[in-house]
Structures are given as C-alpha cells and as structure tokens.
Design a protein around this ligand. Structure first.
Ligand code: HEM
Length: 520
C-alpha cells in the first residue's frame, strides 16, 4: 500500500528509522580512520584538519532588532567575546592552493542559560559552524554514509569504485562545485547549509556570514603551502576584519526542506550581528596549539538555536565522541574556554595607510628571498626598515655594490609618501618612496631614478617586505618587482635577476639575520 503523503510543516524534523545504525556505522569508520592516521602521533580532527588560525573576535548583536527576532543570543543587544577557528575541510592537510571546502567555527563565550548537551549544560558557549558552500553536497545521511565509507576506507580502490559509479555523479559534481580556491579566509562567504531552530519549534533558520566590503585584506602570498595562515596574519596584524551574520527563515516547508540540505533556501537574509576579528598576532605556536585542542560543535548551543535535520542529528553524536576520543588519545582534557574581561589584546594604534599606487601585475619580473631569524617581529621589522641600518646588510655581492648611506628627502622614513636617496659604493644612487608601512607586518616601496645601467631596462622597481612567524621564528620575505621597458629589456633583466639579483637578495637577508641575532 502506498504511504500517505505527509504535509511538511515549518521547523519540523522527519526522522528515518535507520538513522541510529547509520550514525553508529559512520562513527566507527571515522574512528578507524583516525586510529590509522594518528597511531603514533598527536591525533588531529578527522575532518577540517588543517587550521589556518584560531583568532579572537567580538560578536555584536544588532541593536533595535524587532521583538520576533529577539531570541537566544540575539535576545539583547549584547557583545560576546568569541574564538574563531578557520580551516580547510580536507581530512589530509594539503597545500592551501588546492581547491577545498573551507570552514569557520565560531565559539561565543559568556552566553547565559542552560545548554542542550548534558555535559555542557552549565557551559557558557554557543557555537556556530559554517562552510564556504551554500548547500551541502549530500541529501541525507543514508546517501552520505556511502560517501564516507569510500572516503574513510583504507583501500584506495573503494573510493575509485565509488567515483566510477554513475549513481554518484550528482553528489560528486556537487562536491566538486563546493570546493573553492581561497586567497584569504577573511574574504570568504560562509553558510551553515543545515537548519537551526529559531526560538519556537515552528521556526527554523539557516545562517550566513558575509565579509564586509570595507575590510582591508592582504593577499600577497598565494604560492606557499600554508599561505592562508600567512595572509590572515598579515591582514590581522594591523587591520580588523568584519563579517555580517545573517539568518534566513524557512518560509515554505516543501521548497525549503529541513531534511535535504542540497536545496538552497530562497528567503531573504536578515542581519543579526557583526562578527569583528580584531587586530592581533595569532600565529604563535602556543595559540595554534590552543586552537587545535578546542572542541567546536553545533550542539554547543542554547535550546533556542537547536540544530535540526538528519546531518545535525548525526553531528550530535559524532562531534562529541570524536572530540573526546581525540583528547583522550592526546592525554588532554576536553575543555571550554572561559571569557574574561582582558580577553581582547590591548588596542594597538592602527597605522593603516592606503597604497598610494598598487604594484602592477603585468610587465613585471619578480625575484624574492626569505630568511628565518631568531627574534620577535618588531626587532626584525625595525632593523630591516631602518634608514641607518641599511649599510649593515646591503653589502657588495658580485658586481652589485654595497649601500653606503641613505639621505632622507621626506621623512622620517616611516609613513606612506616618505622618500630617501640611497647612495652606493662607486657613486650610483636610487630614490625609494614608501607605498605602504604597516609596522611589524609589512611595507612596500617604489624605486626610481636609478643612476646605474638598470635605467636602460627599467623605469621603476618595487620592493616589498613581509614579516611573519614560522614555528616561533620570525621570517623576513623580501621581494623585488622590476618593470621592463620592452621585450629585449625583459630578456636582459631576467638574466640579471636570475644570475645576480636573487643572490643579492638572499645574501643581504643573511647579513640582516647576523645583525639582528648577534649584532654583526
Ligand atoms: C553529517 C555531516 C557531518 C559530519 C559527520 C561532520 C563531522 C565532523 C567532524 C568529525 C569534525 C571534527 C570534530 C572534532 O574532532 O572535534 C568536524 C568539524 C567541523 N565541521 Fe563537520 N561534519 C558534518 C557536517 C558539517 C556541516 C554541515 C558543516 C558546516 C556547514 C560542518 C562544519 C565543520 C567545521 C567548520 C568543523 C571544524 C570545527 C573546528 O574548527 O574545530 N560540518 N565535522
């Protein structure tokens, strides 16, 4: 006999009978996989493994929300302190340039009221987990179980067979569309994809997070393995990054289903709060480890924001169990961070100057060098940008002469538009003008009026310096971009840069390292 059609209702979940066994199966496959991957090392998350950073933020609820939106954390115009963890979703950490689904996990602290989970009842956290795709690739957990089984299998052949099965084409195309390139996690849009209750049981919403168009985002590096961390650190050193947090109501139970997250909801987005990631240094080993050891879970929640749908029901069991398992294996306690009045780093005077003129992308030849230094960022930045230290690290390399001194034309040499004339051994000179100056993170300058042979090949060059932290050392990256006058000039410049200039950059940074570390 045909089952009677169920008329779906807004906010209502529709649980299938086999859910429990599917969830059990999924969990044991995930556990088996992390057991294999981390048998003899610190256990990381089964998914969303690669963290770019765990940063401090505030979550400010909109003032003057209408009565019907004053629910849960949005009840009053409060400002919560928050931890925010950015990640790539892949189980195996890959270079950031690979397409991937990217994740954001937000943990508000100091949220009053009993929470849903027994172990979390008196905790003060409310978590929101979102990803960079608007819809989820799988319709329900019965379908997802097959994908997970193939993905977690120790035999590669199982994934291959899964991919070759035409019945999986829709899902695979959806996964492929969901994987995106990313230059900076602070510049992405994120969606919850799954629904959540909004106060009353007959109200459901999805969440959406959109970066402010006014954010200053630095994306200089898109090559290195972990450039997302570096670009985030460069950006947040002097700038904040704001996101608008929206809800989107379920307005039609059939066309905007609770139980099928592959379907996009089409109702309007309503701004509820502003997430502000404050300027900070987050890339110390200590803070990265802290972020690794946190547990984010969509069920760390007030009942007013109860997670809905089969994926969320699966996540209830899976996140708690996986986090416990990971922490136990690592000999660490599962904990929730506490809020405190001095949570946010002291406000630093922001020195954000606009780039007078961007460095052109075309007609340019680039060379760069890097060095790791045992010092803090400020010591390295102050040395390398100092006018008086110039002769101590720009020494003769092959036919490239040493710098003797620099005369300030417009100074001091620490603001956009400052100019200096650099004198080299043998009488040559160049004029440098600061284009950006963001103390202890980066600066850039133009180089003109070459008096040496370079003037025949290039009208203008650009220098860029970035300072970042790699495993408790400071890294200095110095990049030179030369414009070329014509094709012949391009050829000659290219030879000059490859044979001599790269060496000059490298040697100079090594000289700088000697001075910064030992004073010679
Ligand atoms: C049934 C579907 C899903 C399963 C089985 C699942 C599973 C997991 C697991 C096991 C973790 C690691 C937890 C830990 O070890 O602490 C995780 C983390 C995460 N998941 Fe899911 N997930 C699912 C759906 C989603 C969805 C729909 C989203 C967002 C739209 C999402 C976003 C995230 C994020 C952002 C993290 C990283 C949390 C962190 O930074 O610690 N997941 N997921």
């Amino acid at each position: 006999m045909k089952k009677p059609e169920v008329v779906k209702q807004i906010g209502r979940e529709y649980v299938t009978e086999d859910e429990d066994s599917i969830i059990e199966e999924m969990m044991s496959e995930m556990i088996a996989q992390v057991d294999r991957m981390y048998a003899d090392k610190k256990m990381l998350r089964q998914i969303h493994t690669k963290m770019h950073g765990c940063v401090k933020a505030t979550f400010k609820v909109e003032e003057n929300l209408p009565e019907e939106l004053k629910v849960g954390v949005f009840k009053k115009p409060a400002t919560y302190n928050a931890w925010v963890r950015f990640s790539n979703s892949n189980t195996k950490p890959k270079p950031d340039k690979k397409k991937d689904i990217r994740g954001i996990a937000i943990k508000l602290m100091g949220v009053p009221g009993d929470k849903i989970l027994n172990d979390q009842r008196t905790e003060k956290s409310q978590d929101f987990l979102l990803m960079t795709s608007e819809t989820f690739f799988s319709k329900n957990i019965a379908e997802f179980r097959k994908t997970l089984k193939a993905a977690t299998s120790k035999h590669g052949i199982n994934m291959l067979l899964y991919i070759l099965n035409p019945a999986h084409l829709r899902l695979l195309l959806h996964v492929s569309k969901s994987k995106v390139k990313c230059a900076n996690p602070l510049d992405m849009e994120y969606w919850s994809t799954q629904p959540y209750q909004f106060g009353a049981p007959d109200k459901a919403v999805k969440y959406f997070l959109k970066p402010s168009p006014d954010n200053i985002i630095l994306n200089e590096n898109v090559k290195e393995e972990n450039y997302l961390r570096i670009n985030m650190a460069q950006t947040l050193y002097n700038n904040s990054a704001e996101f608008d947090f929206f809800v989107q109501f379920q307005t039609d139970a059939e066309t905007m289903p609770i139980e099928d997250p592959t379907v996009e909801w089409t109702s309007q987005f309503i701004k509820m709060a502003t997430l502000t990631i404050v300027p900070q240094e987050f890339d110390s080993n200590e803070q990265m480890t802290f972020g690794e050891n946190l547990s984010f879970n969509s069920w760390h929640s007030l009942p007013e924001h109860r997670p809905l749908g089969s994926f969320n029901r699966a996540r209830r069991r899976i996140y708690e169990a996986m986090s416990k398992y990971r922490h136990e294996k690592n000999g660490l306690p599962v904990f929730e961070p506490k809020d405190s009045p001095d949570f946010l780093p002291p406000k630093r005077e922001q020195n954000v100057e606009t780039i007078a003129e961007p460095i052109p992308k075309r007609g340019i030849l680039k060379r760069s060098a890097q060095v790791l230094v045992d010092s803090d960022k400020s010591t390295a930045f102050n040395f390398i940008s100092s006018n008086s230290e110039l002769p101590n690290w720009l020494k003769k390399v092959g036919p490239i002469p040493a710098a003797l001194n620099a005369e300030i034309l417009k100074g001091p040499y620490n603001f956009v538009g400052a100019r200096r004339k650099v004198f080299f051994d043998g009488g040559d000179t160049v004029v440098e003008e600061l284009m950006t100056f963001n103390p202890y993170a980066n600066y850039s300058y133009s180089v003109t009026e070459f008096s040496n042979f370079l003037r025949f090949f290039s009208k203008k060059a650009y220098g860029q310096v970035w300072i970042d932290r790699i495993n408790d050392q400071t890294r200095i990256t110095w990049e030179y971009s030369f414009s070329y006058r014509n094709i012949l000039a391009r050829l000659i410049l290219s030879l000059f840069l490859t044979i001599l200039y790269k060496k000059f950059l490298k040697k100079s940074l090594e000289n700088a390292k000697g001075y910064i570390e030992n004073g010679d």
